[in-house]
Design a protein around this ligand. Structure first.
Ligand code: GCO
Ligand code: MG
Length: 409
């Protein structure tokens, strides 16, 4: 099954996406997501210039060998750009192999281990009343687990909340890579945040009771001791997880947090290799692995990472914001259904515009996600629709403390 072509498609239906399409000599096509929010063209050019020429003539069935060829053969290993490019190739080859076998990808991963993948959505509000409305709206939309983010008194805009300049109250539809010439700069005050968040969860638990699984994203902003303080303060509210409590690349910092709190911890959406997790898993410092299939080298690499995580009692929490394309989301769902140590699946729901370009077959019913039984990944890309949405440079915000010091976003 020789690879005849490997082409990138850049499109911006509401936000930028980079997709790789591989086509074999007998006309079987496979898609892979290569989207790296705010740095999309870096991956696109890496794929087009340095990877695609190496694929032509290779046997599409040799997924593992192609993965190793691109990883070890590149010499320069790991990193978000390289691993997103490898991920796109890997997803496309799994798509092709499963289509050739007449099966959905999850069947090739060992078949279904559950009836559906529990999803969580992103509730948010500039203030607590708006947040409570958003939680209710997500329950009405069918979610059985909900992430909670709010504005912070004294700060104009905060990660995870439709900025007040956007008229507030909007659904937090897209990860905020904004099409501006320079990144938007936001101001942050951790002490104000630490004072406010416990009151938020007090209000949410008071309104919605003790059962509803609630998640919260610290988005890398706290020092380890601040994260320990918040984790401890949130224990009465029984969170499903506290995510990215501190910049995760400082793995040993999680020892301090773990000493102080039993709030479950999730980390890894900015990681791209099992090496990023070594200490976190071996010392059981985290409970959920947050990597995206798209940023971690694809299905082949993600399956290995999640099997490693299972050995240390950690579960999956695969990254699924709207800057992971429907192709990357579908790849996640095939893994979610097949692996034993499934935890939860992030599902922000893509916009109608995005779904004009990416024809999906996965479904969300009664709080659970289901990859379809369509052979392959179950997503097709409409080229004519994609051409209607040209690329626009867009940047994630830059965060600064009140004194102007650049801070984690
Ligand atoms: C999440 C992430 C996103 C990121 C985005 C960056 O938990 O979904 O933190 O909100 O900000 O994916 O591109
Ligand atoms: Mg996050």
């Amino acid at each position: 099954m020789k690879i005849e072509s490997a082409e990138t498609v850049v499109t911006s239906p509401g936000r930028n996406f980079v997709t790789l399409r591989i086509t074999t000599a007998d006309g079987v096509t496979g898609l892979g997501d290569a989207t790296l929010n705010g740095r999309e063209l870096a991956v696109e050019s890496y794929l087009r210039e340095h990877v695609a020429p190496l694929l032509i003539g290779r046997d599409a069935h040799r997924i593992e060998d192609t993965w190793q060829y691109l990883y070890r053969g590149a010499y320069w290993r790991r990193g978000p750009v390289t691993m997103a490019a490898s991920a796109a190739v890997d997803m496309a080859l799994w798509d092709i192999k499963a289509k050739a076998a007449g099966m959905p990808v999850y069947q090739l991963l060992g078949g279904a281990s559950r009836t559906g993948a529990l999803a969580y959505g992103h509730a948010s509000g500039r203030d607590i009343p708006e947040l409570l409305d958003s939680v209710r709206a997500h329950q009405e939309a069918g979610y059985r687990a909900i992430r909670v983010q709010t504005g912070i008194p004294g700060l104009d805009s905060v990660y995870g909340v439709a900025s007040s300049s956007a008229g507030g109250g909007q659904r937090y539809d897209y990860e905020p890579a904004r099409p501006t010439a320079l990144p938007v700069e936001e101001t942050w005050d951790t002490r104000a945040y630490l004072r406010h968040i416990p009151t938020v969860f007090e209000a949410v638990r008071h309104e919605f009771g003790p059962e509803l699984p609630l998640l919260h994203d610290g988005h890398h902003r706290m020092t380890p001791i601040q994260a320990a303080k918040l984790g401890k303060a949130l224990e009465p509210y029984d969170l499903f997880w506290l995510e990215d409590a501190t910049p995760g690349e400082d793995q040993s910092a999680l020892r301090l947090i773990r000493q102080h709190t039993t709030t479950p911890l999730a980390i890894g959406e900015v990681f791209n290799s099992p090496h990023d997790y070594t200490l976190l898993l071996q010392e059981r410092l985290i409970d959920y692995v947050r990597s995206a299939v798209t940023h971690t080298g694809g299905i082949t690499a993600m399956k290995k990472l999640l099997d490693l995580a299972a050995h240390y009692g950690a579960k999956s929490g695969i990254h699924g914001p709207t800057d992971i394309s429907p192709v990357g989301m579908a790849a996640a769902l095939h893994l979610d259904i097949a692996i034993h140590n499934f935890g939860i699946q992030e599902y922000m729901r893509h916009s109608a515009e995005t779904l004009e370009v990416f024809r999906t077959s996965y479904t969300f019913t009664d709080g659970l996600l289901h990859p379809s039984d369509t052979p392959g990944l179950g997503v097709e890309l409409d080229d004519a629709a994609a051409a209607r949405f040209p690329y626009r440079p867009a940047y994630l915000p830059v965060n600064r403390l009140i004194d102007g010091t650049v801070h984690d976003w």
